[in-house]
Ligand binder design. Sequence first.
Ligand code: 13P
Length: 272
Amino acid sequence: MRARFSELLAEAAVREGAVGAFTCYNLETAIGALRAAEERGRGTILLVSKQSFAAAGGDLLLRALVAAADTAPTPACVQLDHVSDPGTIERAFALGAGAVMADGSKLPLQENVRLVRAAGALGQVEAELGGIEGDEDVAAAVAGGALTDPAEAAALVDEASVACLAVSIGNVHGLYAAPPSLDWPLLEAIRDRVELPLSLHGASGLPDEDVRRAISLGVRKVNVNTEFREAYLSVSEEWLDRVRAGARVLELNQAQIAGIADVAGRKLDVLG
Ligand code: 13P
């Protein structure tokens, strides 16, 4: 069933956990994520990356995920991830996205506020302050970017209507160039200044202990992508030879769904 983005965050707060947000590239990845959520009676967020949305079939992908969320037995919502173009944000909401991540992290604070306000007039918004490094669709080893400034975070959420704030505390998209070392005092300082659910991007490659600690400090949404893509490719590689005889694509798809459900399930178990 389709749920509001803010409801999923509120539910996560009640159980002192976090909602899993998984980047989906096709129906197999979405069905896998929803299956894991259903098995655990959890809500979930299906993410569409900016590049997927811009690619051929991007509109259809978003609409297909909305349909998947609508028919899921557990609450689910679709979010367009990391966009800063107002036209793209408008298109995503018109197609049924429940939220967008209006990413003004590269902008000066006041322009970031303006972007978030404009997006917030159309629907629910996650904002970002500081810079979470790394490409969302191509995994490469990167170092952490600019950290979130707690005072700026407080100013942004004061001036714009925000459902959730993405923090940069040493987390990156893709692969960690060095063993991850998250800035816990900074996360605490942000939590103390901002009475909002926080989100942690770049959960692939983070030790479970770090994810649990982040949740204990106010993180209510955890984004996972790279580990999904890796699982999808590993399962596909393993199954390609097996299904070649008879061109049994359906079996390949089912194996991909099972592989994704497995990774999503393991993440959801950490999210409390
Ligand atoms: P990872 O690819 O590192 O899991 O990051 C996903 C993410 O944060 C999407 O916004």
